[in-house]
Ligand binder design. Structure first.
Ligand SMILES: Nc1ncnc2c1ncn2[C@@H]1O[C@H](COP(=O)(O)OP(=O)(O)O)[C@@H](O)[C@H]1O
Ligand SMILES: [Mg+2]
Length: 196
């Protein structure tokens, strides 16, 4: 019995290490006292839906709504399940994706196409804070392109934005937003904040 427990602890520790390695915020990775009941039960419900959807068939899931409702935490728990199942996982803030691709534009080292291909490779990718961009057409196009390529390759993508529904189209393009909407992939996280 105690050996089983030790093995579980070891597995959980390995998964935590993998989540840190893949870019997930340490704060969310090490959080152990998650509230799954009470007035925030919609958090747990949403986590259940998100985990179900991200089953390796090219889901695009958008978590939108105000700050503090646990969107990043939900995404990290989806990654935790994925990493535990030995899927390749990755977490990034949208700005990190933009900076990574922009960094290739000096013409040395890897190409822009290589950088985009790398973002398309993980089986499960979370792109957080997609409202954070300078509004350039290049960045909107890049995000849409990565989301579309991943959808085509049947890889799951979770995008997170602190915006209202009407604004999602501005961030990912109207066609991607309506595809996500039609497939039931937009979840509004508008319950009370965990930050109080
Ligand atoms: N179910 C939960 N139970 C307890 N604390 C939570 C839960 N979900 C998130 N938190 C904590 O609340 C804070 C805000 O959550 P976060 O995921 O960062 O929100 P958001 O990304 O929506 O702004 C974080 O410190 C997070 O660890
Ligand atoms: Mg967040």
């Amino acid at each position: 019995m105690s050996t089983d427990h030790n093995r579980e602890d070891d597995t959980a520790a390995l998964v935590r290490a993998e989540l840190i390695r893949c870019g997930a915020p340490r704060r969310h990775v090490s959080r152990g006292d998650l509230n799954r009941a009470g007035e925030r039960s919609r958090w747990a419900e949403t986590l259940g839906r998100a985990r179900e959807r991200c089953d390796g068939r090219g889901a695009i899931l958008a978590l939108i709504g105000p700050r503090g409702t646990g969107k990043t935490q939900i995404a990290v728990e989806v990654l935790r399940l994925g990493a535990g199942a030995r899927r390749t996982v990755r977490y990034a803030a949208a700005m990190d994706v933009f900076l990574d691709v922009r960094a290739t534009m000096n013409g040395r080292g890897r190409s822009e196409a290589d950088a985009v291909a790398e973002w398309c490779r993980p089986s499960l990718l979370v792109i957080d804070e997609i409202q954070e961009r300078k509004g350039s057409g290049f960045e909107a196009g890049l995000l849409t392109h990565i989301i579309d390529r991943r959808y085509g390759a049947m890889r799951d993508t979770v995008i997170i934005a602190n915006v209202e529904l009407a604004e999602l189209g501005r961030l990912v393009g109207d066609s991607a937003a309506s595809r996500i909407n039609e497939t039931g992939g937009i979840i509004r996280c508008d319950w009370p904040s965990f930050r109080g």
